[in-house]
Design a protein around this ligand. Structure first.
Ligand code: FE2
Length: 450
């Protein structure tokens, strides 16, 4: 049975194909369009998935889209009514996109899959995250936590999963969002929302959490179970294109940082404070979930699960024995998650945990790969010079330049699933050299110094 999963129209559009529950192909549209975070319908990603499997659309049993667009649209309308007359410009910008495009996703899918006669389903946003977290894990049963900006209404949810069922028992709803709380600081400290959150995490390690109390007293009310309530006087994301209000700037005594402005100690300290609040709230959440579920395993999904520092805290200070986070816990990963929901929950197929090593590997290296012959044809067509080596020689020829302080691009096998380089499309450099981070940042990744 082939099941196709699709995620698109926000950021990181992606497609994934499952055969009898196994991920045989998954890739983000940006890998073909070369537009970073491409949010368009994933035509190229879908076509590649079909080509990889050697099938035409009529062989697909059913398709899952990663959330419920109608519910999301309802939340948007509800929100604009609640904040009116503020939000008019945002309304005029956003609503036409929905009316002309996003609400018609079912037609777009049918148009893209000529010959497909099966069913199209729309699992809830956080269920797609939850399914991806659980069905990529080696566990037979597990507690589940999903945290992101917002889905339809939910911004955080928790529950438990076993075999062919994932149950969400509790959630926190719009606009009270831990993900958007963190994105507000991402914006305030000069980074792009939905893209620069990892930069805020990096920046936070250079500061002291001096503003922790100020944030806890004014911006966010945190209960012992980890549930949160944002003080919306400080946030503008419900009615504006910017994330924070004037009151937010006044509280910290500075204006939002622009991208080109120098990063000062106050920016590092505000970042460190926001990161600590995030970690403390998540720790409260996981303790509460453990008390409620009494399970030893935890699977985490949603974009906030990309915060590696907070994940380490969950593992080292949290109550769970085992923690699993999929390689792509954000919305792109939900292309796989939606298809997994379809196969395991909707079609009620049992989860097979008999070969866990294979299960984990087959969820990571699932993207495009090219044969030596294809690579040669490409290099010849571009007049690029190259040499071939056997494995032993190749390792020596690679290790030596790295040891000499050079930077090497390493490319092998199938592309990794998700935003992290996991050994198949990686940049290799010598970590023993004190200046290597600066060289990498300046020359290759064009990142900030931290
Ligand atoms: Fe999400």
């Amino acid at each position: 049975m082939y099941n196709l999963g699709i995620s698109c129209y926000y950021h990181d559009s992606a497609a994934a194909l499952l055969k009898d529950g196994h991920v045989i192909a998954a890739v983000e549209e940006e890998r073909f369009s070369r537009k970073k975070f491409d949010d368009d319908f994933p035509h190229k990603a879908i076509q590649w998935c079909l080509d990889e499997a050697g099938i035409t659309p009529d062989k697909i049993d059913s398709v899952a889209f990663y959330d419920k667009p109608v519910l999301k649209f309802e939340r948007l309308l509800d929100n604009y009514i609640a904040v009116a007359p503020r939000g008019l410009y945002s309304f005029l910008d956003v609503i036409p996109k929905w009316i002309h495009k996003r609400l018609w996703i079912k037609n777009d899918i049918k148009k893209a899959l000529k010959g497909f006669k099966g069913e199209i389903i729309f699992p809830e946003h956080h269920l797609s995250h939850a399914a991806h977290a659980f069905y990529t894990s080696p566990f037979e049963e597990s507690a589940i936590l999903t945290i992101d900006g917002v889905g339809e209404w939910s911004t955080t949810s928790y529950g438990y999963a076993s075999n062919d069922s994932v149950k969400i028992t509790n959630d926190i709803r719009w606009p009270h969002s831990l993900g958007l709380f963190y994105s507000a600081f991402t914006y305030f400290l000069g980074f792009k929302v939905n893209e620069g959150e990892y930069k805020l995490m990096g920046l936070s390690s250079y500061g002291k959490p001096k503003y922790y109390d100020l944030i806890m007293e004014n911006l966010i009310d945190v209960k012992n179970d980890g549930s949160i309530h944002l003080n919306m006087e400080y946030f503008a994301f419900t009615y504006d294109k910017v994330m924070t209000s004037k009151k937010f700037s006044k509280l910290f005594g500075i204006e939002p940082k622009t991208r080109d402005e120098k990063t000062l100690q106050i920016h590092f300290d505000i970042g460190a404070s926001a990161q600590k609040v995030l970690e403390d709230v998540i720790l409260k959440m996981v303790h509460h979930i453990y008390d409620k579920t009494k399970m030893k395993n935890l699977c985490i999904g949603g974009g906030v699960a990309l915060n590696g520092v907070s994940n380490y805290k969950i593992l080292s200070e949290g109550p769970f024995e085992n923690v699993h986070i999929p390689p792509s816990p954000g919305d792109a990963g939900s292309a796989v998650g939606a298809a997994q929901y379809l196969y395991y929950i909707y079609h009620k197929n049992p989860k097979d945990t008999s070969d866990n090593t294979q299960l984990i590997q087959e969820n990571v290296y699932v993207g495009p790969s090219y044969t030596d012959k294809e690579i040669k044809v490409f290099l010849d067509s571009k007049n690029v010079s190259y040499k071939s080596f056997d494995d032993t020689e190749l390792l020596q020829k690679t290790a030596q330049p790295i040891a000499d302080g050079n930077v090497v691009g390493w490319y092998q096998g199938k592309m990794e699933w998700g935003p992290r380089a996991l050994g198949n499309r990686s940049i290799l450099a010598d970590p023993r050299r004190a200046n290597m981070k600066d060289i990498l940042n300046a020359k290759i990744k064009h990142r900030e110094s931290f």
